[in-house]
Design a protein around this ligand. Structure first.
Ligand SMILES: C[S@@+](CC[C@H](N)C(=O)[O-])C[C@H]1O[C@@H](n2cnc3c(N)ncnc32)[C@H](O)[C@@H]1O
Length: 284
């Protein structure tokens, strides 16, 4: 029997969202390169930070770090799990602030970069780095005070599985971000090597409900796409960022923002009772 070969799509794209070139040859149309595999490569891991968070990308790094700190509150002495920690941008920041942090990622190469940075910062001892799949977290129920994942859900084929696992091992806070389906990302999403899963607010709310979580806060940001900021020098990027933030204050911005940050808490009898009380008070 003749085996049907996948149609190939000769692609040679200099992906403009990266500051250097990524060459894709003969990518079969039906195959998308998933985040699990993509980040295994040493070259991808070694250039991950510099490609995304230098130049105007520093503003993105700053915003994401602020989002994490806002969601987690004081972290000193708290037991925190970071899912898909990558090169440890947030891991190291939280360890520096006194958190007991465990960081899990499926890529040995990304973890190696994180370990290297932690060693340089002198806080290597404070972090438990773990190689593993976020779909099967090797921890008991309710083990952590907070569990978070940044830039992960756009790679997730089965977001419900990941969120349910995160909820299972947290006794309180869950935090994550998503890229949004009504943002400028739609325009160039098809160019990205992995593509990105884009979410609507309703989808996120459904995922939270299925995972037994209640949304406590959300923020929506970046009308201009991340790729744009990465391309320009920091000084110039700051001017665009100021405009972006001013526009972001308008009602329409929530719908069109590229990124949303979602903070939720695990439903327990106590949190459910609180919510009922809030609703009753609001209706009085
Ligand atoms: C875009 S990077 C984000 C890294 C980091 N959170 C950050 O914001 O810099 C995505 C990360 O997800 C990791 N990843 C992908 N699939 C995973 C899985 N199933 N379990 C754990 N990590 C995974 C990749 O190895 C990669 O480090």
């Amino acid at each position: 029997m003749k085996v049907k070969q996948p149609r190939t799509w000769p692609v040679r794209l200099w992906l403009w969202q990266c500051s250097s070139t990524i060459l894709i040859h003969e990518l079969p149309l039906h195959v998308s390169v998933k985040g699990k595999e993509w980040y295994q490569a040493d070259e991808v891991a070694q250039t991950y930070d510099s490609k995304r968070f230098s130049r105007g990308g520093q503003l993105i790094d700053d915003r994401e770090k602020r989002a994490v700190l806002d969601a987690l509150g004081p972290v000193d002495g708290r037991n925190i799990l970071e899912i898909a920690c990558g090169t440890g941008r947030f891991t190291i920041m939280l360890a520096n602030r006194g958190a007991n942090i465990t960081a899990i990622d499926i890529s040995a190469a990304m973890l190696a970069e994180g370990r290297k940075k932690a060693k340089q910062t002198g806080i290597a001892e404070q972090i438990d780095w773990l190689r593993g799949d976020a779909a099967r977290l090797p921890f008991p129920d309710n083990y952590f005070d907070a569990v978070f994942a940044m830039r992960f859900f756009h790679l997730a084929d089965t977001p419900a599985t990941f969120l349910t696992e995160m909820a299972r091992v947290s006794n309180n806070i869950i935090f994550f971000d998503t890229f949004n389906e009504r943002s400028t990302r739609v325009v160039y999403n098809w160019l990205l090597p992995m593509g990105s899963r884009l979410y609507s607010q309703t989808q996120v709310e459904q995922l939270l409900e299925q995972a037994g979580l209640s949304l406590i806060d959300s923020a929506h940001d970046f009308l201009l796409p991340y790729g744009f900021y990465r391309k320009i020098p920091n000084g110039l990027a700051q001017s665009f960022r100021d405009v972006d933030r001013t526009l972001g204050e308008h009602d329409f911005a929530e719908e069109l923002a590229s990124v949303s940050y979602w903070a939720a808490i695990v439903n327990t009898p106590a949190t459910i009772a609180d919510q009922v009380n809030d609703t009753v008070t609001a209706n009085d």
